[in-house]
Design a protein around this ligand. Structure first.
Ligand code: SF4
Length: 704
């Protein structure tokens, strides 16, 4: 129980939805009902809140909450059970799978909505069990971004902070991100403010959205929206880079590139120039579907800014060329010297409230806490000294690879709070594979679409009933604080993992008396958190890296050099790789997916909010007016969208927000899930699926 909850005073915590990390307060009445209160001087948002944050407590009080453990009987039905029965079943089956196959037979899913301490424990549980196959849904959103940033700059995270960007940036280059919907307070509080003070926005996105409309607030025409064809980000950025290089050749004194920065702080510039030698800008502009002169003008605005900041989102990362997409953004920033000072950088806008932290604490198959390479014997020895058990040396499988291996090398899943049936691409195949599992545990707050396939379901407390820490999109580590349990027989994920760990191993490696003790161990093994304590985090939080107890943390990275092996930023030219599936006669349209402000990812929480459901109760598809004419679709008709993998029926919205030939839908709704259509091909290096491009056909099913 938190000390703050005495007398049922509101407690200060962090919104459970997006990675902005807004501070909110929650209060609990005598009946246990939890309600929202503003936190007026919260460090990130100063009391502002978006529709999701204001409605967040509705998911806590919802009647669908799991209240007791459930286990699947021999007759195949789920029934209520005691915690002991449920734990016994878990231990028996996990031991059996390890004996019959090996520890590699089980995959572990951490959770980007759970806290650092809980994700730290699930990765420790996996490694103590004997496998590095632990991952979270960061794999599905920004694993390619993390890969490119880590390899080319040194850290897999936002280079700058929202505050320094607002104060110092003259140009915001927003590519494949939609902060107007996905990071509403960052958009309204930071970006909008900067625009009002003169900053220019260049948005690169196939879909017009709330971001497009929000930066028109100052009624000038200095902002641009480059509405490109899905999957043509590399050609577009190559035009930008080639334009900057050509202009520099013509006018070397105008400062198109930063020669000193390139010379002293980077390597690979020659490779970039060679890659672009034969690059045809006219042909690329045609492929991208954007006038060449518009792209050249955008290039000029970026290159001529005193400080230009790139924001990158899932429109860039969720492609089979996701790593190269982000690498090209890094190339642009490096050749113009837009890194290592306020108002610059390459800044991924992270999705869930702790998707950054879940990776930071090691819930990834290739790294231990603090992004330390699991295949490095020195790193393992260092961590083993604290953990006191041997860590497997082979990197594990990512979550999509685990899913693909079900029925082959994977026989069991341990899932904390994630919902792969909704979040993974090609949902119909995911469901078929889950049927083949020997054993699955799910710990969650509701019986999710995934939990329907589980053998054991453990009822967890919600975000509002626990203490711990989370890391927001700009690396700010903040404390969350909880009220009393709403349902007495639920347990915190942290307590569940300790119980399971103690029963499975009985060696004291999971003896923790609450989240602060777990955080203390995390500090010992992850240098980026080493200087933090719960006391020091207080109400403001601290941006990592914070190596020593006196460190204030860093608002922006790389002021003194990059943290790559050579200390230099890595430039690497990249070439266009079209999406794996492109339109043809049978499937003539390209489908791309995105999220909307009212709902959140797989919708487990947002679909249980009365307020959010009232505004957007069901899925829809945006169709361009010319395509609507071609297929006889009226606004409001119900249409069937079909891909090679499945079909859904959704309402058609006829709008010029989408480009001709492209349709756009969301992944949020279980009864018409966009992921029944998406393609599960992966980026080779980061293993992120290509959610942003699949070939589909459309036909009217019900007319209005
Ligand atoms: Fe929550 Fe994000 Fe909205 Fe802030 S912007 S209230 S963190 S959903």
């Amino acid at each position: 129980m938190s000390s703050e909850q005495q007398d049922q005073q509101p407690v200060k915590t962090i919104c459970p939805y997006c990675g902005v990390g807004c501070g909110i307060q929650i209060a609990q009445d005598d009946e246990g009902e939890v309600s929202f209160r503003p936190w007026g001087d919260a460090p990130v948002n100063d009391g502002s809140i978006c529709i999701k944050g204001g409605a967040a407590t509705q998911s806590v009080n919802h009647e669908d909450r799991l209240t007791d453990p459930l286990i699947r009987d021999d007759d195949g039905e789920l029934r209520e059970a005691s915690w002991d029965e449920a734990y016994d079943m878990i231990v028996e089956n996990m031991e059996r799978i390890r004996e019959d196959h090996s520890a590699q037979g089980v995959g572990f899913y951490g959770c980007s909505k759970a806290m650092n301490e809980e994700n730290y424990l699930i990765q420790k549980l996996a490694r103590r069990y004997g496998t590095n196959s632990v991952d979270t849904c960061t794999r599905m959103c920004h694993s390619s971004t993390v890969y490119a940033l880590k390899n080319s700059l040194g850290e897999g995270a936002m280079t700058n902070s929202m505050a320094d960007l607002e104060e110092a940036a003259d140009v915001f280059w927003i590519q494949g991100a939609n902060p107007g919907e996905q990071h509403p307070i960052a958009n309204s509080q930071y970006f909008r403010q900067a625009v009002l003070e003169g900053a220019t926005v260049i948005q690169v996105d196939p879909h017009a959205n709330k971001t497009t409309r929000s930066f028109k607030i100052d009624e000038t025409d200095r902002h641009m929206h480059l509405q490109l064809e899905p999957g043509t980000d590399i050609p577009l950025l190559n035009i930008v880079i080639k334009t900057i290089l050509e202009k520099h050749e013509e006018n070397p004194d105008e400062g198109w590139i930063d020669e000193e920065f390139i010379e002293e702080r980077t390597e690979g510039f020659e490779h970039l120039k060679e890659t672009l030698e034969d690059f045809d800008k006219e042909a690329a502009a045609e492929e991208a579907g954007v006038p060449l002169e518009d792209i050249e003008l955008a290039a000029e605005k970026y290159a001529m800014a005193n400080n230009a900041a790139i924001f990158t989102g899932m429109g860039m990362s969720q492609h089979t060329c996701g790593v190269d997409n982000v690498q090209n953004e890094i190339n642009l920033a490096l050749i113009t010297g837009n890194l290592g000072r306020p108002g610059t950088g390459v800044n991924p806008l992270r999705g869930q409230n702790n998707v950054q932290g879940a990776s930071d604490v090691g819930a990834m198959p290739n790294v231990l806490p603090g992004y330390r390479d699991v295949s490095d014997p020195e790193v393992r020895a260092d961590v083993e000294e604290v953990w006191d058990f041997e860590i497997p040396s082979e990197p594990g499988l990512t979550n999509v690879e685990v899913s693909h291996e079900i029925g082959d090398t994977i026989h069991g899943l341990y899932i904390m709070g994630e919902n792969p049936v909704m979040s993974e691409p090609d949902t119909n195949r995911v469901e078929e594979r889950l049927e083949e599992l020997d054993f699955m545990v799910v710990q969650d707050i509701y019986k999710t679409e995934t939990a329907e396939y589980a053998d054991v379901i453990l009822p967890a407390t919600s975000w509002a009933e626990r203490d711990g820490t989370v890391v927001n999109t700009d690396r700010r580590t903040q404390r969350m604080r909880g009220v009393d349990k709403v349902h007495p027989n639920t347990k915190d994920d942290l307590e569940i993992l300790c119980d399971v760990g103690n029963r499975l191993f009985g060696d004291g490696s999971f003896d923790f008396d609450g989240p602060e003790e777990v955080f203390e161990e995390l500090r010992q093994v992850a240098p980026i958190f080493h200087g933090m304590t719960y006391d020091r985090l207080g109400e403001e939080g601290i941006h990592w890296p914070c190596y020593e107890p006196g460190d204030e943390g860093d608002d922006y990275l790389y002021g003194d050099g990059f943290t790559t092996e050579s200390g230099l930023g890595q430039i690497e030219g990249v070439r266009h790789q079209p999406p794996k599936e492109t339109p043809d006669e049978e499937y003539p349209l390209i489908l791309t997916t995105g999220r909307i402000i009212e709902h959140y990812n797989t919708g487990t929480m947002s679909r249980r909010s009365e307020t959010l459901n009232r505004v957007e109760p069901e899925n829809f598809v945006d169709v361009h007016p010319n395509d609507a004419d071609r297929y006889g679709i009226e606004d409001g008709d119900y249409v069937t969208l079909k891909s090679r993998r499945g079909e859904i029926e959704v309402e058609a919205r006829v709008t010029e927000d989408t480009k001709e030939g492209t349709v756009w839908t969301t992944p949020h709704f279980a009864d018409a899930a966009g992921n029944r259509l998406t393609n599960d091909v992966l980026d080779e290096r980061a293993k992120i699926p290509e959610y942003k491009a699949a070939a589909v056909e459309i036909e009217v099913s019900v007319t209005t």
